[in-house]
Design a protein around this ligand. Structure first.
Ligand code: SF4
Ligand code: SF4
Length: 68
């Protein structure tokens, strides 16, 4: 399952953008956004989803619309 960013919680700090190994995260008008076609949930990377680990506002959650 891909991750998604809750725009109500995102502070647009940009921390997740540089952490993503797949360049799946980009800026948009109201929050950063994750491309579900690029997000692998950081499979195989120690520590799991890197974006979730660095997000200061817990804005990143599972995206049930994009199961693996
Ligand atoms: S879970 Fe991993 S691959 Fe998916 S957006 Fe976050 S950092 Fe990128
Ligand atoms: S790390 Fe969290 S608060 Fe910062 S841009 Fe990414 S989703 Fe938004």
């Amino acid at each position: 399952m891909a991750k998604r960013i809750n725009p109500d919680l995102c502070a647009q700090c940009g921390a997740c953008i540089t952490e993503c190994p797949n360049e799946a995260i980009s800026e948009s008008d109201i929050s950063t956004v994750i491309d579900p076609n690029l997000c692998t949930e950081c499979a195989g990377i120690a520590g799991g989803p890197q974006c979730v680990a660095v997000c200061p506002t817990d804005a990143i959650e599972d995206d049930p619309d994009h199961p693996a």
